[in-house]
Design a protein around this ligand. Structure first.
Ligand SMILES: Cc1ncc(COP(=O)(O)O)c(C=O)c1O
Length: 393
């Protein structure tokens, strides 16, 4: 990698990834580009058969669920366990909210955009989020070119005169920061994406209480493959429109997935109350704490990257003062503006996602902290080797 004056010059050649015994490292690239939450497998392995459920051939044939919810396909077991878990963790107000279930919170982002977009306007409503924003938002907004809404980029640069929808991700993906709305215009509608507002990532400082809040089992328990997310919505009309969106796109959400998710959430809640079970959040928080400490050590030692510190805050759930341990590390290359951190790490067989995808620059990358132990350990080893390749001009 070329370096301008005063920049770090980094060796991108293969020897950087050569193990100590001198043999060429032919092992595959470690993929830390996605937030695939396989880290949680170890907990669920320990839980053995506690989450098992069975389905008979005559179960779940109907499109309709057994509950009385406005969201007519929401299984009552899932609804009950969502409410129970939020009450135990204290991260969101659930009473007097409608619950809408979705195929992952990805589908709910789209449903919420549909529901909050005016249908009587000639122009699509602008959708914004403060940079660095979750890299999927631009596509979620524009992919089908609905004409109802259009991606308008960084909320910090948005002229607040007209109507708009702001997506607020808190803690934020990619950088783990706790966020508030930034536009604060009179005609704004807000969607709070709270995928990471769980105690293993951050302190629970108060129960969230917003008009539209999105959660997902993917980042809460690690069951991304079940594809279950839920929205807590105050306004009946908005919840009704979101339900309609789901009805038109998929005629509801898989009952098997909902019932499995209900069971998983039940076991998580039980683990918080029953001292004979290993508390899910304590277990995952200690894994995250350990990973973050080790990552920070490597970053300090090699001195070519920077990761920010997070404020320590009192957590109402754990009842102690904790630092955040975000699901992603937001790594910043200390070199000059032309540095391409994604490329550098790729040369060392670490696949990450460039800051450019999050509306910022290539000096930054997002790295998943949620991989299996084995991959995380290889990642740290490879990151350490970059140190030996640095020359300061
Ligand atoms: C901020 C945020 N919102 C939503 C999602 C979508 O989650 P899922 O569709 O798995 O529920 C993700 C996944 O990475 C995310 O990071």
């Amino acid at each position: 990698m070329s370096g301008a004056d005063g920049c770090l010059v980094m060796c991108s050649s293969f020897p950087c990834a050569t193990p100590e015994n001198g043999t060429r490292d032919t092992s595959p690239t470690i993929v830390l580009d996605h937030g695939d939450p396989t880290m949680y497998e170890s907990y669920w392995q320990k839980m053995g058969n506690k989450c098992n459920i069975t389905f008979n051939g005559n179960d779940s044939l109907s499109y309709f669920a057994n509950g009385k919810s406005l969201c007519w396909f929401l299984e009552s077991k899932l609804e009950e366990q969502i409410k129970r878990l939020h009450k135990i963790v204290g991260n969101a107000i659930v009473d007097n909210n409608y619950i809408v279930v979705g195929t992952g919170s990805s589908q709910l982002v789209q449903a919420a955009l549909y529901a909050l977009s005016p249908s009587d306007q000639l122009e699509p409503i602008s959708v914004v989020s403060a940079s660095p924003f979750y890299s999927a938002y631009p596509d979620m907004t524009d992919f089908v070119r609905s004409g109802l809404h259009k991606w308008a980029g960084d909320a910090n640069l948005f002229e607040k005169d007209g109507p708009y929808i702001e997506l607020i991700t808190s803690p934020n993906n990619p950088d783990g920061i706790i966020r508030e709305p930034v536009v604060n215009g009179e005609q704004g509608k807000l969607i709070y994406d709270l995928a990471y507002y769980w105690p293993q990532y951050t302190s629970i400082t108060s129960p969230a209480n917003h008009d539209v809040m999105l959660f997902t089992i993917s980042k809460c328990t690690g069951h991304a493959g079940s594809r279950i997310g839920w929205a807590l919505v105050k306004d009946k009309e908005v919840a009704g429109k979101m339900t309609k969106f789901m009805e038109i796109s998929t005629i509801g959400v898989s009952k098997e997935a909902q019932l499995r998710a209900g069971k998983i959430l039940e076991v998580v809640s039980d683990s918080c109350l029953d001292f004979t079970l290993e508390n899910f959040f304590e277990y995952s928080r200690s894994l995250m704490t350990d990973r973050w400490q080790r990552l920070r050590q490597v970053v300090t030692d090699n001195d070519i990257f920077f990761i920010q510190n997070y404020p320590r805050q009192y957590c109402l759930f754990t009842k102690d003062v904790c630092e955040s341990h975000p699901a992603f590390a937001w790594l910043i290359c200390k070199g000059g503006e032309e540095e391409d951190c994604e490329k550098l790490l790729k040369e060392h067989k670490i696949q990450t996602r460039s800051g450019r995808r999050f509306g910022t620059d290539s000096r930054k990358v997002r790295i998943s902290m949620l991989s299996r132990d084995e991959d995380f350990n290889i990642f740290l080893k490879r990151l350490m080797t970059i140190k030996g390749c640095i020359n300061k001009k």
